[in-house]
Design a binder for this molecule. Structure first.
Ligand SMILES: [Zn+2]
Length: 68
């Protein structure tokens, strides 16, 4: 899926969220990385094999609530 050089970290890498953004939908609260990982604006993630990663930056959600 990734056509960058050097290639971005694969979805099963611990650094998978360092891959480049290929689609951004801030109005829907998610971005798609070139390794197939979907990252939600609460930092939760959906991996291409169907696994999910729980949000790992809870302070971001607090900031969002304050702004809203
Ligand atoms: Zn890439």
């Amino acid at each position: 899926m990734c056509q960058h050089s050097p290639t971005c970290p694969p979805a099963d890498s611990t650094a998978h969220d360092a891959a480049r953004v290929v689609a951004s939908h801030p109005e829907q609260g998610w971005i798609l990385l070139c390794n197939g990982v979907v990252v939600f604006d609460d930092t939760g993630e959906l991996l291409p094999d169907g696994r999910t990663v729980a949000p790992h930056r809870p302070s971001c959600r607090l900031v969002g609530m304050r702004a809203a």
